[in-house]
Design a protein around this ligand. Structure first.
Ligand code: PEP
Ligand code: MG
Length: 660
């Protein structure tokens, strides 16, 4: 039972029969004369084109764009043209001609040395593998769910076969950041790569067990191990379903949303328990196509996602092109360090027409659902000002065209240290923050997130990153705007806990992780509530009926930061406020919004509403005076929560154990 070491691109356990995509699956190839070889090549190419076109039938615009790019490569002079010449001029067999054409094309592409070009190379090799399989005996689609294996795989092959038929993926080349990996991650498919000489080690119908935790693959293990693997696979499927059902029924205060890259991924998300889409990486629409997507194509994609979410928030990020994400049709400067170059919003600001086309599509789609627009890679306030101006221009253009539109809420991604430092200013103009911990980690710790062997340096739980998150959260809450986290940290169990305790309002994770993150969030919130109750049992009673809020979640940094002492919040069910302890009234604020009591061996402040000092007493009555003795549970104050809300203030009551 050989076991081979591999590398993990997407974690998870998978077992099943191998469906190998490789040229020589049907044995020895018998070469014919050049005319026969040309015939075989043309027949295979026609079939490949037909299958790719058919794959577009149920594809969303982003998927179609991926497939279009494959069609373009396939039929290009450098690929099919070169293979034809190989048969004609060098009398090669069709498979060899395809192989050489692919190698030549990849050689040309890799000379550029850029990551995105290398990814195109993966597409070329994937196409060559598919084409050769057709020439030598047909590229079937698996009859049952399988482990898809191949030296090279392309995203198009995954979409052609259909993710529901793929239990796991195993390849020789590839990387954790390749498009195949992104697609696998989105579909929750475990994926291992780096198995050298795969065609010699794995054959069609071999039984494979992928264990990405240990980054290894077992080939044809003994029957006993197969039984165990099948049982584990069934258990995992059952547990996932159970978790999904359980989680869907659990209500968490933290919103649990999904990250998607293609509009179709929004289908069924509400049933999977997503409170919304926290990040729609719109750039996939732009990356793989042969040309920029039109306003209409984008409008359809955004509208599709918004409608599928049935009124739930649908946060669409404007194109985050650049760094490792390049659009073939967009001329970009050669950069020594593209992560610090033209990327994210900078591309949008340098290509205004492209940006405005996207904004127009978003504004039009916003009529059909709860779309919010999110801007990536903000580092300066003026950038946001320019975005807001572009938005107005886009609206004006639609006005002139007499199109229906709505200007949605605009939020910013916090993924540069600069954005954290100026968070208070950004929070004045943005309606929400979403923290991109992947990039925030990269830029805070000065470590390239794409670089190999940097894992131990690229730690999103590094204290510096956590403090950045805390700072941004405080700045947002001080301005009463919500904070989401949409980087990978949100779906990491340790990250989930830390983030919830820091008081973030939303976690946005890949759809495959929704249930597990919701479960975890519910557990953490339960345990936080128990901690608060324990504090209460230590002699302090809630001053009002209502929901208790842990200190970290109080949307006011003075309280959540513990400046005055440990505290809890209460969202009051009504306006009656009772003494939380027995004792003496120490102070009554002239503006009647706060009273402090000395009792229980300490001073306790009851602060009704946030920032309500500014109401100058309006809406508050106090029934006790300084020096008076009160009993725990005695009515000491009253407020009018509705009036306070109507005046634009938050009526949350805060109980503080004033530290001396
Ligand atoms: C991030 O940087 O954390 C993020 C969510 O954006 P992306 O991974 O797409 O750069
Ligand atoms: Mg990012």
């Amino acid at each position: 039972m050989p076991r081979y070491e591999c590398r993990t691109a997407q974690k998870g356990f998978a077992a099943g029969k191998a469906f190998v995509i490789r040229p020589d699956r049907t044995g020895e190839y018998r070469q014919g004369n050049p005319a026969e070889e040309s015939d075989r090549l043309e027949t295979a190419a026609a079939e490949m084109n037909r299958r790719l076109e058919a794959g577009k039938e149920h594809a969303d615009p982003a998927e179609s764009a991926v497939i279009d790019a494959e069609i373009l490569i396939l039929n290009g002079e450098e690929f099919l043209g070169s293979a034809r010449r190989g048969i004609r001029e060098e009398r090669l067999g069709a498979p060899e001609a395809v192989k050489q054409a692919a190698e030549k094309l990849c050689g040309m592409l890799t000379e550029s040395g850029q990551d995105y070009i290398r990814q195109r190379c993966e597409d070329v090799r994937g196409l060559a593998a598919g084409l050769t399989a057709l020439i030598t005996g047909g590229l079937e689609t698996p009859a049952e769910p399988c482990i898809l294996a191949g030296s090279e795989l392309s995203p198009g092959q995954i979409t052609m076969i259909g993710p529901e038929m793929i239990r796991g993926i195993l390849t020789e080349t590839g990387s954790a950041t390749s498009h195949v990996s992104v697609l696998a991650g989105n579909y929750g498919i475990p994926y291992l790569y780096g198995l050298e000489n795969l065609p010699e080690k794995v054959h069609h119908q071999d039984y494979l067990i992928l264990d990405p935790e240990g980054a290894g693959v077992w080939v044809n293990p003994p029957a006993e191990k197969i039984r165990e693997a099948e049982a584990r696979q069934a258990e995992i499927a059952e547990a996932r379903e159970k978790q999904r059902k359980q989680a869907a029924g659990r209500v968490t205060r933290t919103k649990i949303c999904a990250n998607i890259s293609r509009a179709e991924e929004a289908d069924g998300l509400p049933e999977k328990g997503a409170d919304g889409i926290g990040l729609f990486r719109s750039e996939l629409l732009f990356l793989n196509g042969a040309k920029a997507p039109t306003e209409e194509e984008q409008f359809e994609a955004y509208r599709h996602a918004a409608e599928a979410m049935e009124g739930r928030e649908t946060v669409i990020r404007t194109m985050d092109i650049g760094s490792d994400k390049h659009a073939v049709w967009l001329e970009m400067p050669k950069e020594i360090n593209p992560a610090l170059g033209l990327r994210g919003l900078r591309v949008s600001l340098e290509h205004r027409e492209l940006f405005r086309t996207q904004l127009r599509a978003l504004l039009r789609a916003a009529v059909y659902g709860n779309i919010r627009i999110m801007i990536p890679m903000i580092a300066s306030e003026w950038e946001l000002d320019e975005v807001l101006r572009e938005m107005q221009t886009a609206a004006l253009e639609l006005e002139q065209r007499r199109e229906q539109y709505r200007i949605p809420e605009i939020g910013v991604m916090i993924e540069t240290p600069a954005a954290v430092i100026i968070a208070a200013a950004l929070a004045e103009k943005a309606r929400f923050f979403s923290i991109g911990t992947n990039d925030l980690t990269q830029y805070t710790l000065a470590v390239d997130r794409e670089a190999r062997g940097m894992d131990r340096y690229c730690d999103p739980m590094h204290e510096a990153v956590i403090r950045m998150i805390a700072m941004a959260t405080e700045a947002a809450h001080a301005k009463h705007i919500p904070v989401a986290v949409c980087g990978e940290l949100a779906g990491d169990p340790r990250g989930t806990e830390r983030l919830i305790r820091l008081g973030v309002d939303e976690l946005s994770v890949s759809p495959a992780k929704l249930a597990q993150v919701r479960e975890r969030a519910a557990e953490i919130e339960d345990s936080m509530a128990r901690e608060i109750r324990k504090e209460r049992d230590e002699g302090i009673r809630s001053p009002a009926e209502g929901e208790l809020i842990p200190m970290a979640e109080i949307p006011d940094p003075v309280f959540s930061g513990g400046v005055m002492g440990k505290c809890v919040g209460v969202i009051p069910a009504n306006g009656k406020i009772y003494a939380p302890v027995s004792g003496t009234v120490a102070t009554v604020a002239a503006t009647r919004h706060a009273v402090s009591l000395r009792g229980n061996g300490e001073e306790i402040l009851i602060h009704a509403g946030l920032d309500t000092v500014r109401l100058n007493g309006e809406g508050f009555s106090v029934y006790v005076s300084e020096g008076e003795n009160v009993k725990q549970g005695q009515l000491i104050m009253e407020m009018d929560p509705e009036l306070i809300r109507a005046r634009g203030f938050n009526p949350m009551i805060i109980v503080v154990r004033i530290s001396s």
